[in-house]
Design a protein around this ligand. Structure first.
Ligand code: TMP
Ligand code: MG
Length: 317
C-alpha cells in the first residue's frame, strides 16, 4: 500500500535499495568467482532466516571425501579415506593395483552426468563391495592406521580449522556423513586437531578381531548414492541433532543431497556443492540441484563466511 503514495514511493525505494546493497556486501564471499547460484536472493533470505533463528537451531551435515578434504593440491589428487589405505604398511602391491583398476572403472561412472542414479546404484555397491573384500584379505592392522594417515598426503580444505573450531565454540553439532572409511576419517581429523566433541560421524567402520586384524566392515554398507537410508536410520536418531530445524549441508556428489532426509520438521536447508571435477559437463546439473555451487574452490571460505554470519546472531547459544 505504501508504494502507492507518490511522495513516499521514492524514499522507500531508495531505502530498500540501500538495504539490499548492505545485505549483499555483508557476505562478500558470495561474490567470489568460484560461486554459482541459481537464486542469490533465496540464498540470502535463507541465511538471514538462519541467523535470526540463531546457532541454537542450527546443525551442519557434511560429506567428507572431496568436501571437507581437498580434491587436489599442486596439481595432484589428494587421497580419499580409501586411498589413504594405499600404503605398504597396510596393503600389498597387488591390492594397490586392483584398487586402482577399480577406481579407474567405477569413479568415472560415479561422476557421469549422463547416467541416472538408478543406473549407478548397483555399480557403486559392486565397487565398494569389491574394495572392502580386497581390504579384508589384506588383514589390515588397526595399530598401523595412524602411521598410514601420517605418511599420507591427506589434506583438509584451506580454512578447515576456522570451520571446525567455530562450530565447536558455538556448540553447533557437525554430522560428518561419509561413504569413506570411518576409522581413517577419524584419524585424519584427530591428527588435524579438530575432532571436537560436537563432531558425530556416520561412515563405514572397520571391524577388527581381538588381535586387531581387520575381519569385516560393520553395519550396512554406505556408498555415494544410499546416504538417504543412513540418514533415516542413523542420523534421525542422534539426540544431539534433535530440535535443530536449520541445516547447512555440504557435499560434492548429488547423492550427498539426501544426507538431511532424516531431519524431522526442517525449516531452512541451505545446500552447498563443491564441483571439483567434470565441471563443464556437470555445471548445469549442480546449479539446479545445490543452492550454492563452488567451482574448483579448494577452500572453506564460503561455508565459513555463512557460518560466521549465522553465528553472529546475538540470540545464538
Ligand atoms: P565420501 O562419501 O566421504 O565422499 O566418500 C566417498 C568417496 O570415496 C567417493 O566419492 C569415491 C571414493 N572412493 C575412493 O576413492 N576409493 C574407493 O575405493 C572407493 C570405494 C570410493
Ligand atoms: Mg565426497
Amino acid at each position: 500500500m505504501i508504494y502507492h503514495v507518490p511522495w513516499i514511493y521514492t524514499p522507500v525505494r531508495t531505502v530498500l535499495a540501500i538495504w539490499h546493497q548492505l545485505i549483499k556486501t555483508e557476505i562478500p564471499e558470495l561474490s567470489k568467482c568460484s560461486v554459482l547460484m541459481r537464486e542469490r536472493g533465496r540464498v540470502e533470505e535463507t541465511i538471514y532466516a538462519m541467523q535470526r533463528a540463531g546457532a541454537g537451531n542450527l546443525q551442519v551435515i557434511s560429506d567428507f571425501d572431496m568436501t571437507l578434504t581437498r580434491f587436489a593440491h599442486n596439481g595432484k589428487r589428494v587421497p580419499t579415506t580409501h586411498n589413504i589405505l594405499d600404503n605398504r604398511l597396510l596393503i600389498n602391491e597387488d591390492c594397490t593395483k586392483k584398487m586402482r583398476e577399480l577406481m579407474n572403472t567405477y569413479y568415472p561412472i560415479e561422476i557421469d552426468a549422463s547416467r541416472s542414479v538408478e543406473e549407478k546404484l548397483p555399480l557403486m555397491v559392486e565397487w565398494w563391495t569389491k574394495v572392502h573384500e580386497l581390504l579384508i584379505q589384506q588383514r589390515i592392522r588397526k595399530d598401523m592406521l595412524s602411521q598410514a594417515v601420517k605418511e599420507s598426503s591427506a589434506m583438509l580444505r584451506d580454512g578447515y580449522k576456522v570451520f571446525f573450531d567455530r562450530l565447536a565454540e558455538n556448540q553447533v553439532p557437525l554430522l560428518i556423513f561419509s561413504a569413506g572409511v570411518g576409522d581413517v576419517l577419524e584419524e585424519v581429523i584427530r591428527q588435524n586437531r579438530v575432532f571436537h566433541p560436537n563432531v558425530h560421524i556416520i561412515s563405514n567402520y572397520m571391524d577388527f578381531d581381538h588381535t586387531g586384524i581387520l575381519q569385516a566392515f560393520k553395519g550396512q554398507l554406505i556408498h555415494t548414492f544410499n546416504k538417504r537410508e543412513g540418514a533415516l536410520s542413523h542420523a534421525a536418531c542422534l539426540r544431539e541433532l534433535q530440535g535443530r530445524p536449520n541445516v547447512l549441508l555440504l557435499g560434492d556428489s548429488l547423492g550427498d543431497l539426501t544426507m538431511a532426509d532424516g531431519v524431522s520438521e526442517p525449516q531452512n536447508i541451505l545446500t552447498i556443492g563443491f564441483l571439483n571435477d567434470q565441471v563443464e559437463e556437470r555445471k548445469e546439473l549442480y546449479v539446479n540441484s545445490f543452492d550454492i555451487v563452488l567451482v574448483k574452490d579448494e577452500t572453506m571460505d564460503v561455508p565459513n563466511a555463512i557460518l560466521g554470519h549465522i553465528t553472529s546472531s546475538r540470540d545464538s547459544k
